[in-house]
Design a protein. Structure first.
Length: 212
């Protein structure tokens, strides 16, 4: 199977045609081998524009949504990014193609181990991963230039807002199924702005956030 050709078609047909123009994002989506992050039984579908199961009631997001969320972060090469919810590691790899450092946490031990193996196999040296609750796992490395959340809390966690730099952006789905995908802009210590990006369907965030 010609994965390089399928990846090029994925980018040109599913992403560029739908308005994503950021060159760094398109380059990352063209470069990261999505098929290495999924089970063998889904290899024929891995470059289609829909989510796929990765086990433990979790999914790898569809390519367009990965590109959209990455694009809306307004990433720059010097940025330090927090990712809450490593999953299989695909979104992590896309981020690592663009920014200086990615700090990521996955609450499910088996997925954290799998993601670590995937990312190590691809040779990324700017990814720092932990198994644990993404709400608190990397507090010691805050503040972050950008934060991306790949599971949905029922309300915006202030613990994450506090880890975001002033003038920083966070992309996060919030609410019950389906959710609203927001871009959060931290204007000052106490003030944020919220922009609605779209309606989405993510798995619920678990851990400490479920008790808020």
């Amino acid at each position: 199977m010609n994965y390089l050709k399928l990846r090029e078609l994925m980018v040109s047909q599913q992403i560029e045609k739908r308005g994503i123009k950021n060159k760094a994002v398109l380059r990352a989506m063209r470069h990261v081998p999505r098929h290495l992050f999924t089970a063998n039984k889904y290899l024929n579908e891995v470059y289609c524009d829909y989510p796929l199961p990765i086990g433990f009631k979790q999914t790898i997001s569809r390519p367009y949504l990965v590109a959209l969320m990455t694009d809306r972060l307004r990433l720059e090469s010097h940025h330090k990014v927090l990712e809450v919810g490593t999953g299989c590691g695909y979104q992590t790899a896309v981020l690592a193609e663009i920014v200086k450092d990615v700090y990521t946490a996955e609450i499910i031990p088996q997925l954290a181990e799998r993601a670590n193996k995937n990312l190590h196999q691809l040779g990324y040296e700017n990814i720092h991963n932990k198994q644990g609750d993404g709400l608190t796992s990397w507090e010691g490395k805050a503040p972050f230039d950008r934060i991306i959340v790949t599971a949905a809390p029922h309300k915006l966690p202030q613990a994450l807002v506090k880890q975001l730099k002033i003038n920083g952006y966070m992309i996060i789905p919030v609410g019950l199924y389906p959710q609203i995908l927001y871009r959060i802009f931290r204007k000052s210590e106490q003030q944020i702005e919220q922009q609605i990006i779209s309606h989405v369907a993510f798995v619920p965030m678990t851990g400490a956030v479920a008790k808020l």
